[in-house]
Design a protein around this ligand. Structure first.
Ligand code: DX5
Ligand code: ZN
Length: 239
């Protein structure tokens, strides 16, 4: 985990009339990834955005280094759609850097993971609060990312479900047993006041929608979440 605590603001809580500016603003405020929630009003009871919008924000997804070079900020596409396979090439071509999907939404999970990786991008599996961890049993060697939902997917601004914490710990152990660099992302209700527990449980990538965009102080919100999450991790290590 080497001291990294990635923060991925979810655009679901951004101002959709000014998405490009919002992306630029959260990157300037310290965002490491741009979390892009795709909902189909079928797998989840809400409808959001598709590849066209992903493509539209792509030119804004970079940061400038101190020596004036541009580096990409990955678009972290979270597919809450069923079925998933047909949309994957479209999002890959629209500039996604990571695509994750829910196991219930694919008839052939291993095939879907391979399809994502065939575009040279990271592939992740998303587990809902009640989805058991055995879904991971036979795909650990293929995964680049595991995303644990800490709310039921579909809406921003919901409350963090506490039973996610032991799940994060259990997945962290599984990741360590592989020796591979699999990112462990947590999504839903993450805020400065629970980030310490989420970081302490073993997450290295935190999605935050309402906590970043509500109030308009993006840098302050991102810093607070990251600082608390890192403090949680450090406390855990000292025990
Ligand atoms: C929920 C989405 C989340 C959501 C998070 O289905 O997957 O990414 O935008 O929003 P907050 O941080 O407000 O719970
Ligand atoms: Zn999400």
């Amino acid at each position: 985990m080497n001291g990294t605590m990635r923060i991925a603001p979810s655009l679901l809580s951004a101002d959709f009339a000014r998405l490009g500016e919002e992306v630029t603003a959260v990157i300037a405020a310290g965002a490491d990834l741009i979390h892009f929630d795709v909902m189909d009003n079928h797998y989840v009871p809400n409808l959001t955005v598709g590849p066209l919008v992903c493509q539209a924000i792509k030119p804004y997804c970079h940061r400038e280094t101190k020596v004036g070079e541009k580096t990409d900020v990955l678009i972290d596409v979270h597919l809450m759609v069923k079925p998933v396979d047909a949309l994957i090439p479209m999002f890959a071509q629209a500039g996604a850097g990571i695509i994750s999907f829910h196991p219930e939404a694919s008839e052939h999970i291993d095939r879907t993971l391979q399809l994502i990786q065939s575009f040279g991008i990271k592939a992740g599996l998303v587990l809902n609060p009640a989805t058991p961890l055995h879904c991971l049993d036979h795909v650990m060697d293929r995964l680049d990312l595991i995303l644990l939902m800490s709310v039921n997917p579909g809406f921003g601004g919901q409350s963090f479900i506490e039973s996610t914490l032991p799940k994060i710990e259990a997945v962290r152990k599984r990741i360590e047993a592989t020796g591979r660099d699999i990112w462990l992302e947590v999504d839903g209700g993450v805020k400065a006041d629970n980030a310490q527990r989420v970081g302490g449980a073993g997450a290295d990538t935190l999605v935050a929608g309402s906590a970043v965009f509500t109030g308009g102080r993006y840098a302050q919100a991102i810093d607070a979440i990251r600082t608390n999450a890192l403090a949680g991790r450090n406390m855990q290590r000292q025990e």
